[in-house]
Design a protein around this ligand. Sequence first.
Ligand SMILES: NC(=O)c1ccc[n+]([C@@H]2O[C@H](COP(=O)([O-])OP(=O)(O)OC[C@H]3O[C@@H](n4cnc5c(N)ncnc54)[C@H](OP(=O)(O)O)[C@@H]3O)[C@@H](O)[C@H]2O)c1
Length: 261
Amino acid sequence: MSKGSDGGPQGVVTWITGAGSGIGRALAIHLANAGARVALSARTVEDLTAAVQIVPGRMRMFPLDVTDRKATAATVAAIESGLGPIDRAVLNAGTHSPMSLEDFSADTARRLMEVNYMGVVHGLEALLPRMRARGRGQLAVVASVAGYRGLPTAAAYGPTKAALINLCESLKPDCDRAGIRLQLVCPGFVDTPLTARNSFRMPDLMPVEDAARELADGLDRGLDGDRFEIAFPRRFTRKLKLARCLPYRLYFPLVRKATGA
Ligand SMILES: NC(=O)c1ccc[n+]([C@@H]2O[C@H](COP(=O)([O-])OP(=O)(O)OC[C@H]3O[C@@H](n4cnc5c(N)ncnc54)[C@H](OP(=O)(O)O)[C@@H]3O)[C@@H](O)[C@H]2O)c1
């Protein structure tokens, strides 16, 4: 993948799913401003239309529902014929619905798995053969620190993100051999329309532009070295990484204390 003289993504063809709002949108703007040619996907055409006008000439929209396997393959083909081979893809589309004991529902669990997990799988299925054939490419999968361990009200969301983490860990050695840089993105709380729905206090809530900068920086580092995981904001994600190592007899009391659940 070519880089500009400033080390930025000059001319790099980048596909971002979930780019109509929040982290995906902010990342698309950040990368386009740095010189990348960015393909934006999401379902809401009005959001994409507004976003592509922010950096004219560098952004194009490719509306897509990532739960549609065939449409995802067709979108990847359309981007590559319109903009050229995809150098970098950020599979970021996702959603959240709280679910606890009172509202436990297979419908909610299935819907989140379809969007958050299968949406990424569809993207990978479309991209991996093309990148393998070229012997290069960069893939970033947006999971969450909520995938590290079980958290209250995340009984539907958390498993989708845990599955993504496991998926990326499983694929990484093969991707390395194929010349494909696979990275895992684990954000903590970022201020987006998704988290605006939360009524609880969100520790270390990060402005979305800062999150986009961290993510873009992590992507560039992923090209140079062997940085697999991009996690931010660092203070919060470090604490959750530590909590990941705790035995259950310490983990559950800590969760109870931190969340009041
Ligand atoms: N914000 C946080 O604190 C946080 C923390 C950890 C992880 N994350 C993850 O980061 C990613 C982005 O979240 P965000 O906070 O930026 O949320 P957001 O503002 O709600 O943006 C989500 C984007 O995904 C798109 N999307 C949803 N369902 C889709 C589908 N079926 N097909 C295609 N696009 C779809 C949405 O557009 P349409 O509805 O128009 O399709 C929207 O553009 C998600 O995977 C989320 O789980 C966020």
